[in-house]
Design a protein around this ligand. Structure first.
Ligand SMILES: N[C@@H](CCC(=O)N[C@@H](CS)C(=O)NCC(=O)O)C(=O)O
Length: 216
């Protein structure tokens, strides 16, 4: 079987998640770093988003679909539980994080710093102030969720955790996010513990957002 090729950028939280799955499972993979809008992304993802995967004749888009494929194609350790309830709980957290929290924490809070739409290119203070109540509320929800076991699902490290950790890393890079994360003591402990995992450490991105391909 050829090595899976992940096309995207490790600066992208969704790309990093897929790389972390490979690292957790000991899968040999190739990360092809490409900017947003790259033709290799558009060739596979209908909206040109990252990551995409290519392996022989297999082409896939959407991080969770790619992660599921990798998890089932390669041997243990498995990051998606097979138990029906634990599988559903994993799905539940991935869905909530990707449909609600990613929008708040990454698309709004992070981008107000790293890709602001301000005239002078400085962080968008108005957007940051406006999103902070939602940042606090959502980190509070996660704090409660990990309080009991130190994991999102039961007492296992699953794709639900992998999917969240790159987001927490980004949130902690800016002052209000770092402060809110530190105040959520269960979540801060959870993040500190799992950030020590080799899969997290070997995928730490260089500073800055994914680059955008320059139009011809
Ligand atoms: N639902 C997609 C989201 C992928 C996504 O939004 N990726 C971002 C980078 S983290 C992206 O490609 N953004 C570029 C754009 O939206 O144009 C997935 O899970 O793969």
């Amino acid at each position: 079987m050829p090595k899976p090729e992940i096309i995207g950028s490790v600066r992208s939280t969704y790309t990093r998640v897929v790389c972390m799955v490979c690292e957790e499972k000991g899968i040999e993979y190739l990360l092809t770093e490409r900017p947003l809008g790259a033709p290799e992304l558009l060739a596979i993802h209908p909206f040109g988003k990252m990551p995409v995967l290519r392996q022989g004749h297999v082409e896939l888009f959407e991080s969770k679909a790619i992660a599921t494929y990798l998890d089932r194609s390669f041997p243990a350790p498995y990051v998606f539980p097979s138990d029906p309830l634990l599988a559903a709980l994993t799905e539940q957290w991935v869905s909530l994080v990707n449909t609600v929290m990613d929008r708040t924490l990454i698309r709004t809070y992070l981008l107000a710093y790293v890709a602001p739409k301000t005239a002078d290119g400085r962080p968008d203070r108005a957007a940051i102030e406006a999103v902070m109540p939602a940042v606090r509320e959502q980190l509070g929800i996660l704090d409660k969720a990990v309080a009991k076991t130190g994991y999102l699902v039961d007492d296992q490290f699953t794709f639900a955790d992998i999917n969240l950790l790159p987001i927490l890393h980004r949130v902690g890079q800016f002052p209000e996010g770092a402060e809110t994360l530190a105040a959520a003591t269960h979540l801060a402990g959870y993040y500190g513990r799992h950030a020590a995992r080799p899969s997290f450490k070997t995928t730490v991105p260089p500073p800055g957002p994914p680059r955008r391909a320059t139009p011809n």
